[in-house]
Design a protein around this ligand. Structure first.
Ligand code: ADP
Length: 401
C-alpha cells in the first residue's frame, strides 16, 4: 500500500509518500507560503535531485493538487497515477479527550475536530483544511487522522488535572493534554527494541527537545505524565516559549504594561524562552556558538534550558519511582552533544554514567551514549513522526476493509 502523509499548517504543507511494503519513502516535500504571492513547492524524490517550483498557491486544495501533479510528473514524479495512493494520513495536533488513538476520517470525526478548534485555534483548522483538500483531490481514498495528544490519553487524573475549580474542567475541558505524542510513542518503542527489552517492563523518560520541547514519563509503554499542558506553553523552556511560570505573573504584567490577552499570549509563546534570555536567537546552534564565544546571555539561556530539562527528568524519575532508560530526540536532543553531556553529568545520583566518546558520535540511528556500567541507559533515538502516521494509517485502513 502507498500512503501519503500530510502535515498541514496554516500557510504550509509537508508531505511524505511511503511504500508500506518496505516502509520506504518514495518522495517527500514541502509547500511554503500558501496564500501568499509566490508559494514555493520543494519536492525531494528519493535518490534524485530536489525540484523547486514557484507559483501562486492560494489555498490547501491547490497545494495538494500541485503535490499530486509533482508526484505523478513524468520527469520528477514517483507514481504512474494518483490512483496508486491508497490512503492518506494526516497529522492533527489536538484530539482532545475524544481521540485516544488514531482514527478514520468520517463525518462524526470531522465534527469532533471542529469542536476542538477552540482548544487548538492555530493548528486544528489547518489540519482540517488539509483533510478537506485531500478529500477533494482524492475522492474515495480513505483518510486517517493521527493526533499529537492521543498517546497521552493514558495519563491518570492526578497527572492531567489542574488544581483549579473542577467546574472549569467540566465546562471547558481545561486539563493537561500534552503534545508530541507520536514522537514520544515512537522513540519509547524504538528504545525498547534497540535494547532488546520488553517495553512493559521499562520506565522510560523521553526528552523531545527541538524548537518546541516536552518530556514524557513512559511506564510499561504508556504515557503517565508529560510536561506540556492544555497547550504547548507549559513545561520546558523552549526556543520562543516560556514554559512553566507562576500564573500570577500573567495578570500582573498585563496590568502593569496594559497588555491585551493576545499580546500576553504572543509574549509567552513567541518572544520568550531561549530568544528572550539570550537576546540573540531561539536556535540552539546559535546559543551554543554564543556560549563558546563567551557571550554571557547565551550562556545563561543555555544553563536555564538545561537546568529545567534536568529538573523534569528528576521529577519523572520520582513520578515512576525510578527510571531505566532516558531518550533524547528531536533537533536539539539528537544533535546537541553539549546539552546531553551537561544533563547527564548531573544525573550521577540516578546511576547515569555518560560515555563521552559515544556521546560525540553522530549517526542517524538509535544508539546508547552511556557506559556498560551505567545503571540507566541513555539513548539518542532519531524521531520519525511521519513513519508513525504512515504505519497507523496503513493499519487502520487495512482493518477497515
Ligand atoms: P521542530 O520543533 O520545529 O520540529 P526540530 O525538532 O527540527 O524542531 O528542532 C529544531 C531545533 O534543533 C533548531 O531550532 C535548533 O535549535 C536545533 N538544532 C538543530 N541542529 C542542532 C545542532 N547541531 N546543535 C544544537 N541544536 C541543533
Amino acid at each position: 500500500m502507498k500512503v501519503l502523509v500530510i502535515n498541514a499548517g496554516s500557510s504550509s504543507l509537508k508531505y511524505q509518500l511511503y511504500n508500506m511494503t518496505d516502509e520506504s519513502v518514495l518522495a517527500k516535500g514541502l509547500v511554503e507560503r500558501i496564500g501568499m504571492d509566490s508559494s514555493i513547492l520543494t519536492h525531494k524524490p528519493t535518490g534524485r535531485e530536489d525540484v523547486t517550483e514557484v507559483s501562486e498557491i492560494l489555498e490547501h486544495t491547490t497545494a495538494i493538487r500541485k503535490v499530486i501533479d509533482m508526484l505523478t510528473d513524468k520527469e520528477n514524479g514517483v507514481l504512474g497515477s494518483v490512483d496508486e495512493i491508497q490512503a492518506v494520513g494526516h497529522r492533527v495536533v489536538h484530539g482532545g479527550e475524544a481521540f485516544k488513538e488514531s482514527a478514520l476520517v468520517d463525518d462524526v470525526a470531522k465534527a469532533e475536530i471542529r469542536r476542538l478548534f477552540d482548544l487548538a485555534p492555530l493548528h486544528n483548522p489547518a489540519a482540517m483544511m488539509g483533510i478537506r483538500a485531500a478529500e477533494l483531490n482524492m475522492p474515495g481514498v480513505p483518510q486517517v487522522m493521527v493526533f499529537d495528544t492521543a498517546f497521552h490519553q493514558t495519563m491518570p487524573e492526578k497527572a492531567y488535572l489542574y488544581a483549579i475549580p473542577r467546574v472549569l474542567y467540566k465546562k471547558y475541558k481545561v486539563r493537561r493534554y500534552g503534545a508530541h505524542g507520536t514522537s514520544h510513542d515512537y522513540v519509547s518503542k524504538a528504545a525498547a527494541e534497540y535494547l532488546d527489552r520488553p517495553l512493559q517492563d521499562l520506565k522510560i523518560i523521553t526528552c523531545h527537545v527541538g524548537n518546541g520541547g516536552s518530556v514524557t514519563a513512559v511506564k510499561g509503554g504508556l504515557s503517565v505524565d508529560t510536561s506540556m499542558g492544555m497547550t504547548p506553553l507549559e513545561g520546558l523552556m523552549m526556543g520562543t516559549r516560556s514554559g512553566d511560570l507562576d500564573p500570577a505573573i500573567v495578570p500582573y504584567v498585563m496590568n502593569k504594561e496594559e497588555l491585551s490577552v493576545s499580546e500576553v499570549n504572543s509574549m509567552l509563546n513567541k518572544h520568550s524562552g531561549l530568544l528572550a534570555i539570550s537576546g540573540i536567537s531561539s536556535d540552539m546552534r546559535e546559543i551554543t556558538e554564543g556560549m563558546e564565544n563567551g557571550d554571557a546571555n547565551s550562556t545563561l539561556a543555555f544553563e536555564m534550558y538545561e537546568y529545567r530539562l534536568r529538573k523534569y527528568i528528576g521529577s519523572y524519575a520520582a513520578a515512576m519511582n525510578g527510571v531505566d532508560v532516558i531518550v533524547f530526540t528531536a533537533g536539539v536532543g539528537e544533535n546537541s552533544v553539549v546539552l546531553r553531556q551537561k544533563v547527564c553529568e548531573q544525573l550521577t545520583y540516578l546511576g547515569v554514567e555518560l560515555d563521552e566518546a559515544l556521546n560525540a558520535i553522530r549517526s542517524g540511528e538509535p544508539r546508547r551514549i552511556t557506559t556498560s556500567n551505567s545503571k540507566v541507559d541513555v539513548l539518542v533515538v532519531p524521531t520519525n513522526e511521519e513513519l508513525v502516521i504512515a504505519r497507523d494509517t496503513h493499519r487502520i485502513v487495512l482493518n477497515s476493509q
